[in-house]
Every structure is written in structure tokens, then in C-alpha cells.
Write a protein that binds this ligand. Structure first.
Ligand code: ADP
Ligand code: ZN
Length: 529
């Protein structure tokens, strides 16, 4: 049978998607392969089609039990002999699968990485003719990926202990250069066929909103999308509970998913969502890996995730059917602290040397910063995402919140002059620079203890921005930083003027603040796009 017949007969597809054929051809020719495709891009097929055509067994290393179960069920459903071996099986069922493997009944075996070097399993595999070892979610091998699984490191040793080296294929949706490089070296891929397919998802509309209060905005967003299927991601379990209750009270058929629920409830809620008995899933990031629901029409993030990798993967669960769908992120400055807290906790749980930990922390901080930049940018959001994943793009996409809003440039030169001279006066008085918090208090004429004790209320620049809100004052400070007139000192977070500040103070350079003219919430389906 040829690969096209396999594709049609077993999987019911008439043609390959971009990238699939090159990977399949490579694997069939005995070459290692690395497939980098976005979530939903069709990675599974790239090792499943060769599995059916190669003489021998394909072993699929997969990180999650639920993922294996779904895949095996789908394969069995179309008559492909496959099974999984993991801790969900009792001893009897486990032995039964081992027997079937010995009898050569299976073409694909899914296995958790922890299993690979266990004696009984290894011995069994050494007796088999293994044609391919396929590594799903291969970024788990990289310490720099968000889902590092130390046991993925066992794969190379496992392969080395097989009597004959099989073809190694690896797949992931994480495209950053460092993770790619890590996969290549850690797995010791030999001259692999490498395919990186487009990350752009033109049918997804991206938007960021920064509301004062998130709850009313969220309920309004969901209510306006009644009868459509959607996911609301929250950072915490308690957030999930709160939002799910809130939506249910409004008569929206919502359900929930997080790691604190029983296995049965998680399964039941996932099924309710999958089969459209409930239209909205409120969940933590525990929900999603392996779900295959094509008609998700919106993904709203109630909190900002900790990286763009995580965001794009979660948001990317919208619109898999190719229909217009929305990905909306509700950003609040508090989200940064929450993300930092989770990163720190995750770091403490891992068994790393101090140097490794420092490196991981530095990377996590960079990732978080890129995520925050996405929330703050006034440029094309899609462009921002594609830049991050290393893909070229047009300067504007016309289908994101930023491309569809009007931005106006507000001249804030006068305020900038007040701020910069206040920075200098404060320094003149105290002999040192201060942080944004104290500075904005002085500018706004605060009677706070600290201001008074330091005698800053006597400065001529005290209270110059008395009628400006705290939030807007902060935006001015940010604008001055972005324009390069102020800089935050990294250790003490004090704000200092740069040499360029003189241009604003003495040489008439103008400073602008970019502001959104009209908040754009765009609903593609209703507006007929
Ligand atoms: P990934 O693992 O990359 O997230 P999957 O392998 O789960 O993606 O595939 C996502 C969806 O795309 C599945 O529903 C699958 O049936 C479908 N699919 C994969 N390849 C093709 C193809 N060549 N033609 C049509 N649909 C495909
Ligand atoms: Zn855009």
C-alpha cells in the first residue's frame, strides 16, 4: 500500500497538509525527522502513516496518559492495531498487551517515558523489530521548554540499547530556536529531515484588553457569544471556580476543569464540553493537551499566561475547523505577579543545580517579559507572535485588536518636562534617585508619610501632576522609558534620566503617548467575516 492509500483508507483524508509529506517520505526512507508544527497542524499523522508502512513496530513516546488513550482509541476505531502501556493499566491488562506485542499484533505502541528503561519492558522491546521511535511533544526533553520532563532524557539510552537503531522522529509545537536545538542534540537526531510549518493561523482574531475590572468584561464577552463553544482560561483553581460559578449564575452552560478535581469529574466535564452539552469550559492550563475539539470559537484568557508559547498553544485551540474564531486576553498588571509566583514555585519543585536554576529563572523571566510585551504592544499582535516564533510576516494583519483599532498620538511633552525635572529635583534633594512609586507620589502631590518625612513636598515640582490619575502618571513614566529618556536601574528599580533627557528639557524634543482611540472588540462571526 502506498502512503496516499493509507491516508485515505485509514484516516479518511484526501491530501496531505503542508509538511506532512516531506516528513513521512523522510521517515519511510530511513531518515530521522523533526517536525515542528503548531498545535492542530497534524503531527500525529506524520509518524502514524509510516508506522503502517514500515516493517515492524513503532513506539510512540508520549507524556500524558489521557493523550495516549485518545490516540489509541482513535487508531483502533479505524482498524489500526495499537495499544498503550502505562500506569493506568493493571497488571493483568499490562501482561495482555505484552503478550499481544510478542505475537506481533500491534503496529503502534504508546508508552510513557518513565517506562522505557524498566527491565521487563526493555527486554521485551529488545526482542522486537522496532522500526520507528516517535517522540511526541518532544519539547518536553528540553529544560528550556515549559513542560520539561526529566524522563524524556531516557529516550537516547533506550534507543542505544536496542539491537538495531530505529528511525527517530520527533514532533513539537514549540518552535523557538533554543528548544529546537535542544531537541536535536538531546535526542541525538542524525541528519534529520526538518520541517517547520507555518505558525500563522489567519482565521484567528487576536486581541488584548486591559479592563479596570475583569469580571464584568468577561461575562459580557461570554454572554455576547452565547451558543458558541469557548474556553476561558484562568491562572488558578480558585479563579476557575469563581468564574465558572459566575457564568452559571448568568445562565451560561459552563463547566470546569483543573487538577484539583477528581479524575471522574474531570473526565465528565471534558466530555460535556467535547460533546457540546456544555458550551463553555472554564479551566486552568491543565486542560487542553490532547483535546481535539474543532469548533471552539473563542478562547478567552482571564489571566495572562507565563509565556507566549503557553499562550499561543492555548489560544490556538480556537478555530481548528478553519472558521473565524477569537483569542482574547484580559490583561491586568496583577497577572505579572501571579505568573512570577507560579514560575518560582515550579522552579523550586525541580531537581536542579543552583546554576541550572539560575539559568532557568533567567529564561523564564525573559519569556514572561515577551508575554507582557505582547499585552502592551500597540503594533500588530499577530506580527508580534510570529516574530517570537521566528516566522516572517506582513507588517499588519488587519485581523487583530491592534490592527483594527485606531491609535492616536497624544503630545505629552509638557508633562514629560515636568516629570524629568521632578526626577532631577528629587535627586538633588536626596542625593539619590527614587522609584516610580515615590516619584509619582511627589508629582501627584501626595501627603504620604514618606513624602513628608523626606521633605519632598517642599520641591517646586511637587504636585505638578495633581490632576492626573496614578495610572496615567505611570503611563507617562512608561512612555518616557520607552522613548529612552528614563531608564530603570535593574537592582533598586530607581528611575534615572538618560543623557537624551536634555533634549526634552532644553532642546524642544516632543514626547508622545500612544493611546487607543476606540476600544475595539471585534466579533468576526456576527460581523460576517
Ligand atoms: P497536532 O498533534 O499537530 O496538534 P493532530 O495530529 O492531532 O495535530 O491533528 C489535528 C487534526 O487535524 C486532527 O483532527 C486530524 O484528523 C486532522 N488532520 C491531520 N492531517 C490531516 C490531513 N492531511 N487532512 C485533513 N485533516 C488532517
Ligand atoms: Zn494585526
Amino acid at each position: 500500500m502506498a502512503k496516499r492509500e493509507v491516508l485515505r483508507q485509514y484516516f479518511g483524508h484526501s491530501s496531505f497538509r503542508p509538511g506532512q509529506e516531506a516528513l513521512i517520505d523522510g521517515i519511510l526512507a530511513g531518515r530521522d525527522a523533526l517536525g515542528i508544527m503548531p498545535t492542530g497542524g497534524g503531527k500525529s499523522l506524520c509518524y502514524q502513516v509510516p508506522a503502517l508502512l514500515l516493517p515492524g513496530l513503532t513506539l510512540v513516546v508520549s507524556p500524558l496518559i489521557s493523550l495516549m488513550k485518545d490516540q489509541v482509541a482513535a487508531l483502533n476505531g479505524v482498524g489500526i492495531p495499537a495499544a498503550f502501556l502505562n500506569s493506568a493499566l493493571d497488571a493483568q491488562a499490562f501482561q495482555a498487551v505484552c503478550r499481544e506485542i510478542r505475537q506481533g499484533m500491534h503496529k503502534l505502541i504508546y508508552v510513557a517515558p518513565e517506562r522505557l528503561l524498566q527491565e521487563g519492558f526493555l527486554a521485551l522491546m529488545q526482542e522486537q523489530k522496532i522500526a520507528q521511535v516517535a517522540v511526541d511533544e518532544a519539547h518536553c526533553i528540553s529544560q528550556w521548554g515549559q513542560d520539561f520532563r526529566p524522563s524524556y532524557r531516557k529516550i537516547t539510552e533506550f534507543v542505544a540499547r536496542l539491537p538495531r537503531r530505529p528511525v527517530l522522529s520527533a514532533f513539537t509545537a514549540t518552535a523557538t530556536a533554543e528548544v529546537q536545538a535542544d531537541i536535536l542534540t538531546q535526542l541525538e537526531l542524525r541528519d534529520p529531515v526538518k520541517v517547520v510549518t507555518g505558525f500563522n493561523r489567519p482565521n484567528l482574531y487576536f486581541a488584548v484588553q486591559q479592563p479596570k475590572r475583569k469580571q464584568p468584561v468577561l461575562t459580557a464577552l461570554v454572554e455576547a457569544r452565547r451558543d458558541r463553544s469557548g474556553i476561558v482560561y484562568c491562572a488558578t483553581r480558585s479563579g476557575v471556580e469563581k468564574i465558572c460559578d459566575l457564568l452559571c449564575q448568568r445562565g451560561i452552560p459552563a463547566t470546569r476543569y483543573h487538577a484539583g478535581l477528581s479524575e471522574e469529574e474531570r473526565q465528565r466535564n471534558q466530555d460535556d464540553f467535547q460533546f457540546d452539552r456544555k458550551t463553555v469550559m472554564v479551566a486552568t492550563n491543565a486542560f487542553g493537551m490532547g483535546i481535539d475539539k474543532s469548533n471552539v470559537s473563542f478562547v478567552i484568557h482571564y489571566n495572562m499566561p507565563k509565556s507566549l508559547e503557553a499562550y499561543y498553544q492555548e489560544a490556538g485551540r480556537a478555530g481548528r475547523d478553519g472558521e473565524a474564531a477569537e483569542c482574547i486576553l484580559l490583561y491586568g498588571p496583577g497577572d505579572v505577579a501571579t505568573a512570577q509566583f507560579f514560575l518560582q514555585q515550579a522552579g523550586e519543585n525541580e531537581d536542579l543545580s543552583p546554576e541550572e536554576r539560575a539559568e532557568v529563572q533567567a529564561r523564564d523571566a525573559r519569556r514572561l517579559e515577551a508575554m507582557v510585551n505582547y499585552c502592551k504592544t500597540t503594533h500588530c499582535l499577530r506580527g508580534h507572535l510570529l516574530d517570537y516564533f521566528g516566522q516572517a510576516h506582513d507588517p499588519t494583519c488587519g485581523n487583530c485588536g491592534n490592527c483594527r483599532s485606531q491609535f492616536v498620538q497624544v503630545d505629552i511633552t509638557r508633562q514629560a518636562q515636568m516629570i524629568l525635572s521632578c526626577v532631577k529635583r528629587v535627586q538633588g534633594k536626596l542625593g539619590y534617585y527614587v522609584g516610580a512609586d515615590l516619584l509619582s507620589k511627589v508629582l501627584r502631590g501626595s501627603r504620604s508619610q514618606r513624602v513628608l518625612t523626606l521633605g519632598l513636598d517642599g520641591l517646586t515640582t511637587y504636585g505638578l501632576l495633581r490632576d492626573t490619575s496614578e495610572a496615567l502618571t505611570r503611563r507617562y513614566l512608561e512612555a518616557l522609558e520607552e522613548a529612552g529618556y528614563l531608564v530603570t536601574e535593574p537592582v533598586h528599580k530607581t528611575l534615572r534620566p538618560t543623557p537624551q533627557a536634555g533634549e526634552v528639557l532644553f532642546r524642544g524634543s516632543k514626547v508622545f503617548l500612544t493611546q487607543r482611540a476606540a476600544p475595539a472588540v471585534f466579533r468576526p462571526r456576527e460581523e460576517g467575516l
